[in-house]
Design a binder for this molecule. Structure first.
Ligand code: DX5
Ligand code: ZN
Length: 220
């Protein structure tokens, strides 16, 4: 029995009304919050004060995706806010094992993200340190980009490595997930799906979450 969690990204929400935008996705499993610093990616979004405010009002668990440089310095501060998970980029962490341990000891789930061209193989021996792996299916930085099918083989290899570890490590995909692409990502082995534009451009975002989850589970 496959598992499928849908984490809408508020990057595509109305930033002037974040609290009510959370209500529009009440069927979701968590809310995905994209933090960008205009250095690791060429875009700037929000930081600690906004994540802190969201954490205080959100009924959904918060899944923080840090697209920032110097993750070693900043990721633990997000963990201290009490969010459900903190994802740092492998390309932005100088000591990913130490950082993952710090996140877990702060009481949050530790997750590591890879850009589309970053291989999974160098990280297979540290999977046990992680609660989730995020494979980007677009170059990080913006919502609304096209899903990169070239990541599918890496999703399969990551799924095989996770099965080999015997640990309940989640495999998240982020970027270009929609009704057209989610089944491919699920079939390759992903079980947590971030969707920004597909959810928030739908007339009823909460219904779209259920549609996407059903497609990921093999429905029509
Ligand atoms: C992109 C962000 C994504 C983005 C996804 O760098 O990490 O979370 O919001 O947006 P869509 O689903 O529109 O590709
Ligand atoms: Zn993201």
């Amino acid at each position: 029995m496959r598992n499928a969690r849908i984490n809408p990204s508020i990057l595509s929400a109305d930033f002037a009304n974040l609290a009510s935008e959370l209500d529009r996705i009440h069927t979701a499993d968590a809310v995905h919050v994209d933090v960008m610093d205009n250095h690791f990616v060429p875009n700037l979004t929000l930081g600690l004060p906004v994540v802190d405010a969201l954490q205080k009002v959100s009924k959904l668990p918060i899944d923080v995706h840090l697209m920032i440089e110097d993750a070693d310095r900043w990721a633990p501060e997000y963990a201290q806010l009490g969010v459900d998970s903190v994802t740092f980029h492998a390309e932005a962490a100088s000591a990913p094992i130490r950082l993952a341990r710090e996140l877990r000891s702060a009481g949050t789930k530790a997750a590591m993200a890879l850009r589309p061209a970053t291989p999974i193989e160098p990280y297979i021996d540290m999977l046990d340190e992680l609660d989730m792996v995020l494979l980007m299916t677009v170059e990080p930085g913006f919502g609304g980009q096209k899903f990169l099918d070239l990541v599918l083989p890496k999703i399969r290899r990551a799924r095989a490595a996770i099965e080999g570890s015997g640990k309940p490590i989640a495999l998240q995909v982020d970027g270009g997930i929609s009704r057209d692409t989610i089944a491919r990502a699920a079939e390759a082995g992903a079980d947590v799906f971030v969707a920004g534009s597909a959810v928030y451009s739908a007339p009823e975002p909460s219904v779209e979450v259920d549609v996407l989850r059903n497609l990921a589970l093999g429905g029509h």
